[in-house]
Design a protein around this ligand. Structure first.
Ligand code: PHE
Length: 372
């Protein structure tokens, strides 16, 4: 697929109820936007590499073509995601079969890299999440993971224990990274929770008038580090979403544009030029269609969005719940507004009506809801 050999036949069975990956998602495997030098994601990746190369010469190893099809163990168990965590559900994650998923984060590779003895590394790749549809969410996006391991001799000369030492180094290193990408901005650290780190933080910067979350990070849980065979080390880890940062750095208004092969988009970016502002080639008009139906117990918005995306592809810009009520008989009705818009051309009434008709039929047949 896309020039990369991925033997999907090995893992995908026809009509397998444990597989919830539609063809439209499988088609994205192997696209590797983050490996294109003149693509905003490739340019951003390279700029982050530069920061680590300048500040830690020769230290950080880079991985950017690890296979996105991983085991449930790699994606969840190895990084201590609890058995009942929502991210494990079929509603949130793409399962190729009951023990294989499309990775939902680059943290899926931490344990194997520790096991293989790596101590300083950056892992960049495509990650997959079932989600609702709007201008900043797309079921495939890109993350970069960074990890650094310390040994007792690193912190023994300081007055800190290993955890405090790693946390201080983490904050210093990532503040430097944010400055490298955004210039002199105001920053703040927010305490948070991840299953794989403790303590855990989010870094936010004040940019274009708002606080923007840049990344999640923390001091790696000891149990994960045991994969390395050592019990005397500590590490920090961070994970950042490339699209979120590229959208603000390059002024890219809609996440679907990253997938565009329209030359009016692709020609605006070149290697080494971070933050060149994207000039929209024109904003084509949106077209809104509403649909109402009585939902059933198993209904989820993610399932609806998957169907809409499967039919309309990148012509769907947003799916929003605009009305929701329950009648006296206990039946619940939802009304969704679907916004159709192309980034590249004007849409005709006929084609949108045709798409909406197909969406209505598929929603009725596949979700077992009753159209109103
Ligand atoms: N994996 C986390 C996410 O996807 C990000 C993260 C990585 C947080 C490493 C902490 C440490 O949201």
């Amino acid at each position: 697929i896309g020039g990369v050999q991925i033997a999907t036949d090995d893992v995908v069975k026809e009509n397998d109820p444990t597989n919830n990956v539609p063809d439209s998602i499988f088609a994205k495997l192997g696209m590797q936007l983050h490996r294109r030098e003149n693509h905003p994601l490739g340019i951003l990746k390279k700029t982050i590499y530069d920061y680590f190369d300048i500040n830690f010469p020769g230290k950080f190893e880079k991985f950017d073509d690890l296979c996105p099809i991983v085991t449930v163990k790699q994606n969840f168990d190895d990084v201590l995601v609890p058995p009942d965590h929502v991210s494990r559900s079929y509603n949130d994650t793409y399962y190729v079969n009951s023990d294989t998923v499309l990775r939902c984060h680059t943290s899926a590779h931490q344990a194997e890299l520790f096991r293989n003895g790596h101590t300083h590394f950056l892992v960049t790749g495509d990650v997959y999440r079932r989600d609702s549809i709007d201008g900043t969410h797309y079921p495939v996006f890109h993350q970069m993971e960074g990890v650094r391991v310390f040994s007792p001799e690193d912190w023994s000369g300081s007055d800190m224990d290993g955890t405090a030492y790693a946390a201080a180094d983490l904050k210093r290193s990532l503040e430097g990274l944010a400055k490298h990408l955004f210039g002199a901005v105001e920053m703040r650290w927010v305490d948070t929770y991840f299953p794989f780190t403790n303590p855990s933080y989010e870094l936010e910067i004040f940019f274009q008038g708002k606080w923007l979350e840049v990344l999640g990070c923390g001091v790696t849980e000891q149990a994960i580090l045991h994969a390395s065979g050592r019990t005397d080390i500590v590490a920090w880890a961070f994970g950042l979403g490339l699209e979120r940062l590229a959208m603000v750095l390059f002024d890219i208004p809609d996440i679907r544009l990253f997938w565009s092969s329209d030359e009016r988009f692709t020609s605006q970016f070149s290697e080494g030029k971070l933050g060149v502002k994207f000039k929209p080639f024109s904003k084509f008009p949106p077209c809104y269609k509403d649909m109402s139906f009585w939902i059933n117990d198993g209904f989820t918005e993610n399932n609806l969005c998957e169907i809409v995306r499967g039919i309309a592809g990148d012509l769907v810009e947003e799916v929003t719940l605009i009305d929701n009520f329950t009648n006296k008989k206990g039946m619940t009705s939802h009304c969704y507004r679907i916004t159709y818009r192309s980034m590249e051309r004007s849409l005709t009434d006929d084609e949108i009506n045709e798409l909406q008709e197909q969406v209505r039929e598929a929603v009725q047949n596949k979700l077992n809801v009753v159209l109103r």
